[in-house]
Each structure stands twice: as C-alpha cells, then as structure tokens.
Design a protein around this ligand. Structure first.
Ligand SMILES: NC(=O)c1ccc[n+]([C@@H]2O[C@H](COP(=O)([O-])OP(=O)(O)OC[C@H]3O[C@@H](n4cnc5c(N)ncnc54)[C@H](O)[C@@H]3O)[C@@H](O)[C@H]2O)c1
Length: 340
C-alpha cells in the first residue's frame, strides 16, 4: 500500500509542488493548511496535473486537538512540515505572531509525529539561518550568525527544537532542508506561486511588474561589492526543490540515515545578481521591465549561495533547471494565474 505523507502548508507554494512530486513517486500525500497564505482551490490544479484528488484538511496547526484528528484518521509514515509564515519584513513588524505561529505549529506537528510513530520528519528551513555570512558558497558546517529577522530566528529555533527533541531516540528521524531562493513554477503552466498576501520575493515581483500588476519595481542597492553592484542570491527551481523532499523522505525510509537529524543545503550553487536575474527575464520573455534603482534595504545581505555537495552525494539530488527555466515557467504561470 502506498505510504501516506502529511504535507503541512500543502496548498502553499512549495508544498503544492512537492505534493506533485510525491504522487509521481508513489506516495499518498495528505494536505493540511489553514489558508492564511494560500487557497485550497490550488489542489484543483494539482489534480489537473496528476489526475489525483488530494485529501485536504483546513486546519490551523496551532490547534493540537484538531491536528491530532488527522493522525487518528490516517497512518502517517512521513511528515513534511512546510507550514509557516514567511515574510521577513512582516516578521519584524509582528514578531510575536511569527514566533507563535511558526513555533506552536512546529511543536504540535513534532509532538504528534512522535506520539503516532511517524518515521520521517522533513522540516523547511532556510539559508536565513546562516545570517550575514562572510563568504559563499556556504556549506552545512558554515557557522550560523545572528538571524537578521524574527522570521529567520523562528527557523534557527525550529531546527534547534527538532535536534533537541530527537537527539536521544532512534524512532523518528528528521531532515532539515535549508532552501536558498525557491522560484519558478510547474512546467505544465498549471501551478505556481499564488500567495494571498503581496509577493515579496524577486521573481514574482518581476512577473507582476511585467504583467502590469505593479507599475514598476525597485532594485535595492547597486553599490554592493559584487560584479555589478546588486545583491547575489542562489535561485533554485521549485520542482528541483520539491524533488529533494521526496529524496530525503526515501533516504530516511530506506534506513540510510544513521543519525536522528541531518541537514542539507538546497541551492544550485551559483549565485545570480538581481540585475542578472532581470536580464535573464528580459531575454527569455523579450519583455522590457520597468525598474528603478533604490537605496539598500536594511537587513539585506550582500551575497549568499550554496554548496550542495552533501545533498548530491547522500541524497542523489541533481538540480536540473537553470535561471532561464525559472523565468520561463514563472512567466507562463503569471499569465495563467491572472486569468484564473
Ligand atoms: N519561498 C521561499 O522563499 C522560502 C525560502 C526558505 C524557506 N521557506 C520555507 O518553506 C516553507 C514553505 O514556504 P512557501 O514559499 O511554500 O510558503 P507559503 O506561504 O506559500 O506556504 C506556507 C503555507 O503554510 C500555511 N500556514 C501557515 N501557518 C499555518 C498554520 N498555523 N496552520 C496551517 N497552515 C499554515 C499557509 O497558509 C501557506 O499555505 C515555509 O516554512 C517557509 O518558511 C520558504
């Protein structure tokens, strides 16, 4: 029988794409999301792509009793915990809301995973845990600096909670996945990022500007010590990212992970500057973007990109999409989304 995987934040951006990859690899995903930043109707798109109707619970994961109901109703083998609030700027304005939501929901899901003898727990972490790094590429061993925001701190604390909780047992194994900059959309054009709060990440801001939802966009700082003065990030296609979750799950379930908790960087190991990303969009789509140069934004770090050798060697992860694929799929999705 196909193994059941609980995907928290299942109607969110990365969760919905991972559900597709799980289905394609023989798992039965069950989705839970409270809709704070997504709509359950996105699962119709998942169904159009896969032909499968995914069971979905509209539940706030801070509600222990309601969340427990899911574990009672299903024999869950693995949990992939995506659910969280993720807007860095908002977390500075509303730190308590971020700590409450991101930590409470993690505690609930982790405790229930132990109680119901789940075997594998995958946690969405972020390169923000490294803070303002002195140099890149960063490996999993690169020491963490102070997080630049309460959001980043929820990820540092989340990692610590999981490590402390699972340190002295051998039943539930966890993987912490540190994403760099997820972007792009499913290659079918039927699924992509559809947040209910305004997009803050570069790629959706680009596509929203191109389609006219925004009059123009700003590049925050072109006076950094980089090849063209703009910040450098490591953009990873969402379907490459999604597949890493399936691989991490399979790795634990096949008994290949010795220690209770392991950590992997997920980026493509190549930094792109903001200006290079804009150029890639303009060349891929033949659309000129209306942008202006603005002062540096507080809290932005100059450059960060990943060394992902560990994920490659231990999980067999080989990201295959390039920045042009990210731009093309994001643009196809933006045009589709506007008509939905
Ligand atoms: N997208 C990125 O740039 C990025 C980078 C690094 C890490 N991450 C992490 O990856 C995970 C997924 O990110 P995403 O981009 O898919 O975000 P997303 O906002 O699209 O998805 C998160 C989902 O969680 C849901 N959610 C939040 N709190 C909840 C709660 N208490 N109960 C139930 N559902 C809740 C939201 O409604 C949303 O659908 C998050 O943990 C995020 O912090 C994202």
């Amino acid at each position: 029988m196909s193994k059941k995987v609980l995907v928290t934040g299942g109607t969110g951006y990365i969760g919905s794409h991972t559900i597709i990859d799980l289905i394609e690899n023989g798992f039965t995903p069950i989705s839970v999301d409270n809709g704070v930043n997504s709509m359950a109707s996105i699962l119709d798109q998942v169904s159009s792509i896969t032909g499968i109707t995914v069971e979905h619970y509209n539940i706030d994961l801070c509600d222990f009793a309601k969340t427990e109901q899911i574990f009672k109703e299903h024999e869950i083998t693995g949990v992939i915990h995506f659910a969280a609030l993720k807007a860095v700027g908002e977390s500075v304005e509303q730190p308590l809301r971020y700590f409450k939501n991101n930590i409470d929901s993690l505690l609930t899901v982790l405790e229930l995973s132990q109680k119901y003898q789940v075997k594998a727990f995958i946690f969405s972490s972020s390169c923000t845990v490294y803070g303002d790094v002195l140099s890149s590429p960063v490996t999993e061993e690169t020491p963490m600096q102070e997080a630049a925001s309460p959001y980043g701190r929820t990820k540092q604390i989340g990692e610590q909670i999981i490590s402390d909780t699972l340190a002295h047992q051998n039943k539930l194994k966890a993987v912490l996945l540190r994403y760099f900059n997820p972007a792009g959309a499913h290659t079918s054009g039927l699924l992509g990022e559809a947040p209910s709060t305004p997009a803050a990440n570069l790629v959706p801001v680009i596509t929203e500007t191109a389609i006219g939802k925004r009059e123009s966009m700003s590049i925050f700082g072109t006076d950094y010590d980089t090849r063209d003065g703009s910040c450098i990030r490591d953009y990873i296609h969402v379907m490459d990212l999604a597949h890493a979750h399936t691989l991490a799950l399979q790795h634990i379930l096949s008994g290949k992970q010795d220690q209770p908790v392991d950590i992997y960087n997920l980026g493509i190991g190549q930094g792109a500057t903001v200006l290079e990303v804009i150029k890639a969009f303009e060349e891929t789509t033949q659309i000129k973007l209306n942008y202006q140069i603005a002062p540096r934004r507080p809290g932005d770090i100059m450059a960060i990109f990943a060394n992902y050798d560990k994920a490659k060697e231990k999980l067999g992860w080989n990201p295959k999409y390039k920045i042009q694929d990210i731009m093309r799929t994001a643009w196809v999705w933006e045009q589709k989304r506007t008509k939905l």
